[in-house]
Structures are given as structure tokens and as C-alpha cells.
Design a protein around this ligand. Structure first.
Ligand code: HEC
Length: 127
């Protein structure tokens, strides 16, 4: 009897975990599309990918501004001393020039919060 209760409780917890995992995977999938449309022209995101106009973004979450070897960052980016996390990326992706005045990233920003959330979910998978 108690075993059965324990088993069904486990099933509920497992179900909830799978559901949130699936939601995150969906966000990341939508975010990959945003990346292809808005960022890929200037950034690669595969491990060891080449520099384009911007630095490679593999593993960008948890990295400090200006830390890709060999990429010629602006002084503004190098001196920004920001660690990229979902919390710091959201305002940056909404308006890069507001967060790092003087950045050479020629990108106006993603106005839709939903696009930024999905994109960040995708960036989190690329590590
Ligand atoms: C027109 C080209 C261009 C586009 C489009 C672009 N970027 Fe960038 N990005 C750059 C450049 C150039 C830099 C370096 C900025 C500097 O040194 O001031 C940069 C820097 C960054 C950085 C900081 C990296 C670091 O190591 O400090 C992040 C994060 C970033 N871009 C994410 C994105 C995302 C996500 C998108 C899509 C929404 C995007 N960028 C679109 C050119 C671009």
C-alpha cells in the first residue's frame, strides 16, 4: 500500500520534471530559430567555430565579456566586466548599446521578451 503511494508520488514528480524539460526544449528550439535569423550572420555557435564579424558564442553563458582569444573586441566590450548570464544577457540583447555604450556590435536589439527568453534558453544548451 505505502509502496504504491510512494511509486505514484515518484511518477508525479517525474511527470512534472519531464514536462518542464519538454517546455525548456521547446523554448530552446524556438530560440535556435531566432539565432539563425538574427545572430548567425555575425556569430558562429558551434564549439571552436570561427570568428565572423562577432566572436564565437559557444559557451557564452558564464563567460566574461571580451574573453574569446584572438577576437578584436572594442575597448568598451573589453572593459565592461560583465559575466554573461541569463540575467545580464536579457537587457543586453534588448538593447546592446544601452548596456555597453560604444560596443561595435551593430545590432539594434530584440524588442520581444519572448524572443530573448527563447534565445537565451538556446544559448544555455550550447556549452
Ligand atoms: C552585425 C553583426 C552582429 C549581429 C547581427 C549580432 N552580433 Fe553580437 N556581436 C557582434 C560584434 C562585432 C561583437 C563584439 C562587440 C564589441 O567588441 O564591442 C558582438 C558581441 C556579442 C556578445 C558579447 C560577447 C563577448 O564575448 O563579450 C554577445 C553575447 C553577442 N554579441 C550576442 C549576440 C546575439 C545573441 C545576437 C543575435 C540576437 C547577436 N549578437 C547579433 C556582432 C553582431
Amino acid at each position: 500500500m505505502s509502496l504504491r503511494i510512494a511509486a505514484s508520488a515518484t511518477a508525479i514528480v517525474l511527470g512534472a520534471t519531464l514536462a518542464s524539460g519538454a517546455a525548456m526544449a521547446q523554448d530552446a528550439e524556438a530560440g535556435e530559430k531566432v539565432f539563425r535569423r538574427q545572430c548567425f550572420i555575425c556569430h558562429t555557435i558551434d564549439k571552436g567555430g570561427p570568428t565572423k564579424q562577432g566572436p564565437n558564442l559557444f559557451g557564452v553563458i558564464g563567460r566574461k565579456t571580451g574573453s574569446v582569444e584572438g577576437f578584436r573586441y572594442s575597448e568598451a566590450n573589453k572593459k565592461a566586466e560583465i559575466t554573461w548570464t541569463p540575467e545580464t544577457l536579457d537587457p543586453y540583447l534588448a538593447n546592446p548599446r544601452k548596456v555597453i555604450p560604444g560596443t561595435i556590435m551593430a545590432f539594434a536589439g530584440l524588442p520581444k521578451a519572448e524572443d530573448r527568453k527563447n534565445l537565451i534558453a538556446f544559448l544555455q544548451t550550447m556549452k
